[in-house]
Write a protein that binds this ligand. Sequence first.
Ligand code: GLU
Length: 405
Amino acid sequence: MTPNETAREQIKTAGAAAGLNRETIERLLNIDREVHASLPVRMDSGGLRFFSAYRVEHNNWRGPYKGGIRWHEKVDIDEVRALAIWMTLKCAIAGIPMGGGKGGVVVNPKELSVGEKERLARAWAKAFADIIGPKKDVPAPDVNTTSAEMDWIEDEFSKITGDKSGAVITGKSVPNGGSLGRDKATARGGMLVLEALRERLELPAGARVAVQGFGNAGGTFARLASEAGYKIVAVSDSKGAVANLNGLNLAAIEAHKRENGTLVGAPDAEAVEDVLAVDCDLLIPAALENSIREDNVGGVKAKVILELANGPTTREADEILQSRGVLIVPDSLANSGGVTVSYFEWEQNTTNAKWTAEEVDAKLQEKMKAAAEEMWKTHEELAVPLRVAAHVVAMRRLAEVAPAI
Ligand code: GLU
């Protein structure tokens, strides 16, 4: 199943479990708008290249469309649609007044110079300036985009429109209107959800953790989890995986990654074929969609999975894991800390305020705990898997505010 098919099936399953009528479910399956663009970029060589780009706006019943911009050579429109649908569900379960959207650019940013990246970001802002805006559609970082790209887009947008509030985009650098805590928010939110549910998930103290993906979400989560007393036994990046069943030396791994661009070859860490199959209590998929599939789910040994990536588990693998009694804390809740602090950033920009790191963290804690409790309550009341429960909470909240047609 493609990510879009998975997302659509999830809406149908949760819609039925929530007791929503057919028309509301159909409306939640509908994508409001999608814009395709071709971005011309002057390369350092003097030549011109064109990059395909998308923005998908799924639903704005609860607030402006919200969601990141992914730069990846394999981005396709089907994937961006799924990611936009998941943003709608995520914002609703997190209890923030935002809708769902997503952007993508087909590019391998590792091949671009800093100047080329800046020109690509500015070209993106020019192409989509008409549809984005603080009250319309608010992008943010996603895979391979950082505060630098957000700052360029914000700057270009402000030149085009005169809007200098910064509220058009989140995940900006702090001096340029970014929120304190946004950089770590996805991982921090995942930790807060984990702590809220740890006893109910029956995770032992010092549980052994394997993390797939060492980008902003996975790398930061590994650090926070190890500081909280979890034992990190395996980590991976796009180049390979390493493990040490006695616990990895995370500082050494981070230093190795900084110096060599990969964690492969880090000291006291044995190279392993598949991070998903390492013996552990808790598995954190924090890379891309469709990582846990029918063909590799058999190797998964963890009893609990906390999804920091979007859509890491295919529908088929999800069913197999359910039947084996594995508890999956779904992406829509587990990684919603990122967009939650994005919303805090938007709110600070629109009210011209600056919250302290402590204020941001306290507000994030409150949101994550409330969302986790609500999901668990629905899981027990309806006797449905955690994923379905999270989506039921989200879809009921959406249905309550469905505008009349
Ligand atoms: N890209 C992140 C996500 O998938 C963050 C989105 C946002 O902050 O708007 O949740």
